[in-house]
Design a protein around this ligand. Sequence first.
Ligand code: PGA
Length: 246
Amino acid sequence: MKWVIGNWKSNGAFAQNEALLNALKALAFEKTQVGVCVPFPYLAQARSVLHESKVLWGAQNVSPFGPGAYTGEVHAEMLCDFGCRVTIVGHSERRQYFGETNALIAEKIQRLNAVGITPIWCVGETLEERERGAWQEILRRQIVEVVEIVGAPAVENVLIAYEPVWAIGTGRNARPEDVAEAHAWLRRMLTEAGARPDLPILYGGSVKGGNAAELFAVEGCDGGLIGGASLSATEFAAIVAAAEKE
Ligand code: PGA
């Protein structure tokens, strides 16, 4: 089974979301888990359109705290209130622009676990890290530093998204051989850290209708986290169709 999850990032407006969500609701799929992670203000809209469909919805971030005096934060129980089943943590844009560390990501995973929401835990190296041959060490640290804090049982129900930063929003997707190699490495790091051997590992970074089939055919690739192409109903439908053929 493949996963295809949209990540709208900081995009959307009420009227255009309505059309996009209705297109998701109308998608036909059997073998794929399809979902969409929307900005916080649109969670209620996602729930109201998608609640009678098989499409999951969720957020793109969560507070590392519970309820209380944390101005501006949205905590995990609130996401539950809105019916979220998945939520992204540790996206590279949050690591880059908001200083998120592996320790903070660990806390967010624990918060989501506590309320039964599946974390979509993003990892990935930058271009500079890849070019100086450090990608394996970076991925190792991104996995190990989190599992050391949360413990292996806490990652039983996560989805991993391998998102090389150099492929995000650049139109330059990783080559199938890069994806195969990185997913195999992540699988090894996860298993050595005590995680279950069949944890789904999704690929993210410039996945589109035109390259999804090739990427999803890669050994060890359990689907995709889709940014830009998730804002287009036709592109997203083509990606789901590619996953259905696997
Ligand atoms: P992209 O983004 O598909 O626009 O490259 C993927 C992501 O950041 O999740």
